[in-house]
Write a protein that binds this ligand. Structure first.
Ligand SMILES: [Cu+2]
Length: 453
């Protein structure tokens, strides 16, 4: 017994030493096809997020916003617009992402700054990742029309950037439940990635708000897209037919266009109105949430919250700061330790991306800011600039190989005798795409890799 123990200990120590040697060699975490060691560090200026433009003021004096989530490109890796600022010649491609911005704004165009049409950061549009900051005043209501605008140039629904696992309990527009029910919040029956229109519901993390405006995970909605036909719900919120999904002949989706909203939103702090902008086909596209902001001044953030796919929607980009300030507090803000003040100045409404980010020599006032919100995120990239996210369970198991199991399902080596796991949702509860955890190999801060401040 003693010999076995000591052998086990020795083997463990040897393993740890081996792992340590591996770390010292700085082999990146497995991920996309872009080796993070090829990305130059600290050459890109940290982006100081400007303040989001509001649409106006509502009848009660509260702030009103129309905020859409859209797909566009952004120069997250070195190159493009950043070469104009740092004088380098980096040539990494822009990255396709999603994020929020004022619905009135056009697509980003940074061609005047060495970027390209369709690529953020851009001077003509507040669409940016992370999203511009929503500034709020304590006890002043903010109302936001959250618009799912994930459509292409023809107005047709965009698919997700990443592989969506339909076998989880998720915001399921196909309502094809493993349980046999016809519901829009259930585990589906297909092992294949979902390619239909993407559910969105926005949550302000930490906000004092009733359930109607809290971004309830099951209360999602689809974009108002040309190629979607909505299955109506009855007065009790029950779907009146089984969605038929994609009609390949017409490229049209017959789906549930929103989650089971009616039964879950019972308070009156806000109104959820997903039917605002498209009465012709049953309506979808907008959720109107109201936030009383009746809490001490604080740093919050807003992000997507859709059932069973929050990880994917947030990884795609849409998130930003939601600051609550107390204009009346002595010293500037509530919630601070007695006698302390925020360093200030912070970006304020009306200041542009150029103002907050260009140095004085280039016409901005970047040097003056002392309150700079920072969001640090892990990402991995492919060589074409696209974001990497694992699209199969084998990635987690460390077996990233092509093949099918005996049932014809993907990912594991056929006939190898290794890990012949049943991942068919009809007969298994092992998710074929979802990973229990994932780690990423590139640090992204305020929307750029390894920036400097
Ligand atoms: Cu959150």
């Amino acid at each position: 017994m003693k010999n076995v123990s000591s052998y086990t200990l020795q083997a463990t120590v040897t393993t740890l030493l081996t792992l340590g040697a591996g770390s010292a060699a700085a082999v990146p975490l497995p991920g996309g096809t872009l080796d993070p060691l090829t990305i130059p560090k600290y050459v890109t200026p940290l982006v100081i997020p400007p303040v989001m433009n509001k649409t106006g003021v509502d009848a009660t004096g509260g702030d009103l916003y129309d905020i859409a989530v859209r797909q566009f490109k952004q120069q997250i890796l070195p190159g493009g617009i950043w070469n104009s600022i740092n004088g380098r010649t980096d040539a990494f491609p822009a990255t396709t992402i999603w994020s929020y911005g004022p619905a009135a704004d056009p697509a980003p165009d940074s061609s005047s700054l060495g970027g390209a049409a369709g690529v953020a950061p851009a001077p003509n549009s507040q669409f940016n990742y992370p999203s511009y900051t929503v500034e709020n005043t304590k006890d002043v209501k903010t109302t936001v029309n959250w618009i799912n605008d994930l459509v292409d140039a023809n107005g047709n629904a965009l698919p997700h950037l990443f592989a969506v696992d339909q076998s989880l309990h998720w915001a399921n527009p196909l309502a094809n439940c493993k349980s046999g029910e016809v519901r829009s919040d259930c585990a589906g029956v297909s092992a294949a990635p979902y390619t239909g229109p993407v559910p969105i519901v926005t949550h302000v993390h930490g906000a004092h708000v009733g359930s109607s405006g809290d971004g309830y995970t099951e209360a999602w909605w689809l974009p108002n897209a040309n190629n979607i036909n909505c299955v109506p719900r009855d007065a009790n919120g029950v779907l009146t037919a089984t969605p038929t999904g994609l009609d390949t002949a017409t490229n049209t989706w017959n789906v549930a266009c929103e989650g089971n909203i009616a039964n879950q939103l019972t308070d009156n702090t806000g109104t959820l109105d997903p039917n605002t902008n498209n009465p012709a086909n049953g309506g979808q596209g907008i959720g109107r949430f109201a936030y009383p902001n009746d809490q001490p001044s604080t740093t919050l953030w807003y992000h997507d919250h859709s059932l069973g796919m929050t990880r994917l929607n947030v990884m795609a980009g849409p998130a930003g700061f939601w600051l609550v300030r107390d204009a009346l507090a002595v010293g500037g803000e509530t919630g601070l330790a007695a006698g302390s003040v925020l360093p200030a100045p912070a970006p304020i409404a009306g200041e542009t991306l150029a103002t907050t980010n260009f140095p004085t020599a280039m016409g901005g006032s970047r040097e003056k800011y002392r309150e700079i919100p920072i969001v640090i995120q892990g990402r991995s990239f492919n060589a074409d600039g696209s974001l990497f996210y694992p699209d199969n369970r084998a990635f987690f198991e460390g077996l990233n190989v092509a093949g099918t199991d005996a049932g014809g399902n993907g990912q594991f080596p056929a006939g190898s005798g290794e890990l012949q796991i049943d991942m068919n949702p009809a007969t298994s509860d092992i998710a074929p795409i979802w990973n229990p955890e994932a780690f990423f190999n590139t640090m992204v801060v305020n929307g750029v890799t390894w920036p400097q401040l």
